[in-house]
Design a protein around this ligand. Structure first.
Ligand code: ZN
Length: 341
């Protein structure tokens, strides 16, 4: 089969070539992949990969949707059925899995990170990680659903759920997670302020329903947030940017407000400002991915036609390196998609 295979670190190390079709192990399904959303973690895997246990060569791609090509007996899956993949092959036995908290699984293996991924004609993974879709589902949109929207879902509705009427600040609109966060927060009845260095991206977010945008290239974010919230600050900040934005994110919060982080693109050690945190009783917590149950809820909303990822651009598998380039330059608004027709 054709596959985007990481042979060595760095942009030149991602090679489109023939690769053996994976042989599903006991309990695993085989999926004919149709569409794959790209994510920043794909760039990290390609160029750095530190801290992730795996061996090269490896097929990249951490999310996707396609058609069931092999269904293990008793799985409830049917060959020929459309399906979307839950990227984390969780063990199902550890204390976190048993508590329904699969993103914390002690033995998790993520496709495209610890095992062969979706940027290929076929991928194998445990049948419990395959969620069927209705026959009329858009497989391309489904291929870009998991990483951005599930991450956003858990951040917004997981630990400290966003409430109707609350004000949310989304730092750095444009990336897949930030755009998904905007979509879900608006659906939940929140007021949303976004930041970007691009007026064009702010305009797109406002056209989608964001209530205000702040260009951090020329405006002081925290000052502007206070103006927009009557001097009070926002209830919640979603920040995946890290060091560069952190001080503004802390200063944009109302008393008792909360920041949730799911990434640290610009560095992971900003000043903590303990004094500000305890005096104003702020909360900071982390999030990554989402549970199987959160994914089921998200997929149900998608299957009803109530939600669909914003697709920035589509590239066939043969042009996978161009797709990585677009993501790396940060030009996208929404998801960069690779299709495998
Ligand atoms: Zn587990």
């Amino acid at each position: 089969m054709q596959a985007a295979v990481l042979e060595r670190r760095g942009p030149a190390g991602l090679v489109l070539r023939d690769f053996p079709v994976p042989q599903p192990a006991e309990g695993e399904a085989l999926i004919r992949v149709h569409a794959v959303g790209l994510n920043r973690v794909d760039l990290y895997m390609r160029d750095v990969g530190v801290g992730i246990t795996h061996a090269l060569p490896q097929v990249q791609g951490v999310e996707g949707a396609g058609i069931v090509a092999h269904a293990p007996p008793g799985s409830g899956l049917r060959v020929g059925q459309k399906a979307v993949l839950y990227s984390v092959a969780f063990c199902g036995r550890c204390r976190y899995c048993l508590a329904g908290d699969q993103p914390l699984c002690l033995h998790a293996s993520i496709i495209g990170e610890h095992r062969h991924g979706t940027l290929a004609e076929y991928v194998a993974l445990p049948a419990r990680c395959v969620l069927p879709l209705p026959d009329d589902a858009d497989l391309q949109a489904a291929g870009a659903l998991m990483t951005g929207h599930l991450t956003a879902w858990r951040m917004l509705f997981g630990k400290r759920p966003l409430r109707m009427g609350e004000t949310l600040l989304v730092v750095g609109i444009g990336g897949g997670v930030a755009v998904a966060t905007l979509q879900l927060a608006l659906r939940a009845g929140a007021r949303v302020i976004v930041t970007s260095s691009s007026d064009e991206k702010i305009a797109r977010a406002v056209a989608m329903g964001a209530n205000a945008g702040i260009n951090y290239g020329r405006e002081k974010v925290a000052e502007r947030v206070l103006q927009l919230t009557g001097g009070e600050g926002v209830d919640m900040v979603v920040d995946s940017v890290g060091e560069k934005s952190w001080a503004d994110s802390l200063r944009s919060l109302r008393r008792g407000g909360r920041i949730v982080t799911c990434g640290a693109t610009t560095g992971s050690n900003p000043p903590v400002e303990l004094q500000r945190m305890f005096i104003r009783q702020l909360e900071v917590y982390g999030s990554t991915g989402g549970s199987m149950e959160e994914f089921r809820q998200l997929v149900a909303l998608f299957a009803q036609g109530a939600l669909s990822p914003v697709i920035d651009s589509r590239f066939p598998l043969a042009r996978v390196n161009e797709a990585f380039g677009r993501l790396q330059r940060g030009e996208q608004f929404g998801k960069v998609l690779v299709t495998i027709p």
